[in-house]
Design a protein around this ligand. Structure first.
Ligand code: IVH
Length: 671
């Protein structure tokens, strides 16, 4: 492929990827399977690798994030980003409507647009010539922070708009996280020994505040656009049409959750509907925003200093309750992280009795000013585990005690350390029984080694009976050991031993995840397994080699290197190996007929998908790589194979057609 062809193909790929991105993330109506999208995306990345000058700021590749910034620059909004006045009950909503009619000297009912009030972070996106030029937080309403690179990683933020979009367009919207995504993110953070976020809003704010946009890119952020700032060109005459136009230009709009209603009675009816359906929504809303639909009337109504006269936020009754913090428990996780958990006097919050609340970390404790014995307001944010949102300091009697940062581990008494940049102190003792318990619980977990039946109760007994000093000791348990457990019967013992035996051959990614290496969650475990093929290869790797992997950052690289550098960890791994734990390297099986051979697939093959071909190679023990080098043994090339084919030729690497490849595979599989 020459440069002109590359440029044409790049343009075509960008167009297609932008379009499919819009269909998937904005309209929720994908036209192609994910694998096909991934294929196009990979082709784009490969093309940009070969021709780096093609990778412009609005290429879909910008979504993976850019080099970290030192700080965010201030960005002045052309028009101030206002906030909203609140209405807390029916009377206040009626008053809002009456005020508008008075101001306009009108008796006729007003048309309003009712939107969901998203509980996230307000942002502005500036498009010039149809391209995303800048993105900012609201800040103080006049000046926000320039978080363009981070906003580019949000899949539903268009990098380019449709041709019909105005020359200048400032879009306003709310970035947020779906509840399920938020819970999964927190679960992953917990597993990786990182502090959890208190609610989806904090998780969103934290994600957008990252100086390294590659971190933001991995956070499941979404956006709903709900208005415009400066706009040059023909403007619709009412708000609902503006929203529809925004969607047509490429922006994600919550049209499904939006209604145009007549008069305040319409507003109230919609409000009741929303309160009802609130629990079923996939995201958090904290109210309904009511806006005058007619833009001419809006202009007439104008603004006060910080709030418009033409809109109001109708807040929802809080899912909150008041209770007392009876004690604060210090939980020690498997990475030694010490998390404070408030033990509450049981209280009902929207139908669920709650008795615990995570306080997350000491920054949060300081922010809230929480003391043991305090009256507090707790809130349930879509999850059963609530959060402490506020201390009722006026109810203090003087018996409340602050919670000092622990100097020693509450479980084993060894010293704790709070490292710079971390918000939780950690127990440093690898042999701490609480760390061990949590570590084994994680190891046997369903998504790790999946040792069915070995619950926390038995693990606890194992530790108490001194039967286990590490996960390796699980494989030494025999029937006699098991019979020392309380409530252990013949059948159960058989089942447990069977489950332990079966776990010896779990796939490598699960095993890597089970080891509980910090920052190595399920996804990174898969990436590492695919890249290294075996535990031994991974153990031998260097920081630089790890950093060369697209999805591995310095945190993960350091943590992996440290893990294998530890004598204690190597000892445990040796014991596991000696006990017969031999994880299956599913993706890159050693010892197969293609073992030691590296294949690269490029171009469109007549019948095989690239993934399919790669899997075939891997199933026979070979390696499928993404780029051609001297180490490549075969390049399987199809139509429109580009730079890789050229490189293979220049390096003298064997080139196969699909047919030749399939014949080879057949032979090897029979051998
Ligand atoms: S309209 C002048 N619409 O609520 C109009 N705001 O205090 C200002 N919000 O900062 C905003 N969903 O972060 C509007 N559908 C929606 C909204 C919404 C959430 C947030 C936004 C704003 C705050 C209002």
């Amino acid at each position: 492929m020459d440069e002109t062809q590359a440029r044409d193909r790049h343009l075509e790929l960008c167009k297609q990827l932008h379009r499919h991105n819009y269909l998937y993330h904005v309209l929720d109506r994908p036209e192609i399977p994910d694998a096909e999208y991934d294929r196009l995306f990979r082709e784009l990345l490969e093309l940009e690798k070969a021709y780096p000058e093609l990778a412009g700021p609005d290429s879909p590749s910008a979504r993976v994030g850019a080099a970290p910034l030192d700080k965010f620059e201030p960005l002045r909004h052309t028009l101030p980003m206002l906030s909203l006045e609140n209405a807390f009950d029916e009377a206040e909503m009626r008053e809002f409507d009456a005020r508008i009619k008075r101001f306009l000297h009108r008796d006729a009912e007003i048309d309003y647009v009712c939107e969901m009030k998203m509980d996230g972070v307000a942002v502005e996106l500036v498009y010039r010539g149809g391209k995303l030029a800048a993105g900012a937080t609201r800040g103080d309403g006049t000046v926000g922070e320039n978080i363009t690179e981070n906003l580019k990683t949000v899949p539903a933020v268009p990098l380019v708009l449709a041709d019909s979009a105005p020359e200048l367009l400032e879009v306003r919207g709310e970035v947020f996280m779906d509840l399920r995504d938020f819970q999964a993110l927190n679960r992953e953070r917990e597993e990786n020994g990182e502090p959890t976020f208190a609610n989806p809003r904090n998780a969103t704010a934290g994600s957008l505040r990252q100086l390294d946009s590659r971190v933001t890119a991995r956070r499941p952020l979404k956006i709903f656009c709900y208005g415009v700032g400066e706009i040059a060109g023909d403007v619709p005459s009412n708000h609902l049409e503006t929203l529809e136009a925004l969607q047509g230009w490429g922006c994600r709009v919550n049209l499904e959750g939006t209604r145009r209603v007549r008069g305040v009675d319409g507003v109230l009816a919609r409000y009741r509907e929303l309160v009802e359906s609130r629990e079923e929504l996939p995201f958090e809303i904290d109210g309904m925003v009511v806006k005058v639909d007619d833009l001419a009337l809006r202009r007439e109504l104008g603004e006060k200093t910080r709030t418009p006269r033409w809109a109001i936020a109708c807040k929802f009754p809080p899912r909150q309750a008041e209770t007392i913090i009876e004690d604060i428990l210090l939980q020690v996780g498997r990475t030694g992280a010490i998390t404070p958990v408030a033990l509450l006097r049981p209280v009902e919050v929207s139908g669920v009795t709650v008795s615990r609340a995570s306080l997350h970390n000491w920054d949060e404790i300081d922010r809230l000013g929480v003391r043991i014995g305090d009256h507090v307001v707790v809130e349930r944010a879509g999850d059963v585990i609530p959060d402490v949102v506020r201390v009722l300091a006026e109810k203090r009697t003087g018996i409340e005690r602050p919670l000092p940062l622990p100097q020693a581990c509450p479980e084993c008494g060894s010293p704790v350390a709070k490292l710079e940049g971390e918000v939780v102190p950690r127990c440093q003792d690898l042999a701490c029984p609480a760390r061990l318990l949590e570590g084994i619980k994680h190891f046997v977990g369903r998504r790790a080694m999946d040792i069915d039946g070995l619950g926390a109760r038995y693990i606890d007994q194992m530790l108490r009976l001194d039967l286990s000093e590490s996960v390796a000791d699980l494989y030494r348990l025999d029937r006699d050991d098991l019979f020392r457990f309380e409530r252990m019967g013949e059948k159960l013992a058989e089942k447990l031993l069977g489950a332990i035996e079966a776990s010896k051959r779990r796939p490598l990614p699960r095993f890597l995840f089970a080891l509980g290496i910090r920052h190595v969650g399920e996804h990174i475990a898969k990436v590492l397994a695919r890249q290294f093929g075996s535990l031994d290869n991974l153990a031998k790797t260097s920081r630089d080699e790890l950093l060369a992997i697209h999805e591995v950052g310095p945190q993960v690289a350091d943590s992996v290197v440290d893990f294998f550098a530890s004598g204690r960890n190597r000892e445990i791994l040796d014991q596991l190996r000696a006990a017969g734990v031999a994880p299956e390297a599913t993706e890159r099986r050693a010892g197969g007929p293609l073992s030691g051979k590296t294949f690269v697939f490029t171009g469109t093959l007549p019948t095989l998908g690239r993934k399919e071909g790669q899997e075939m190679v891997e199933n026979l023990g070979g390696r499928a790589a993404g780029s051609v080098s001297r180490k490549t043994d075969y390049v399987v090339a199809g139509e429109e194979a580009g730079s890789k084919l050229e490189k293979a030729r220049s390096l003298g690497v064997a080139i196969l057609s699909e047919k030749e490849f399939l014949t080879m595979i057949e032979k090897e599989a029979e051998a």
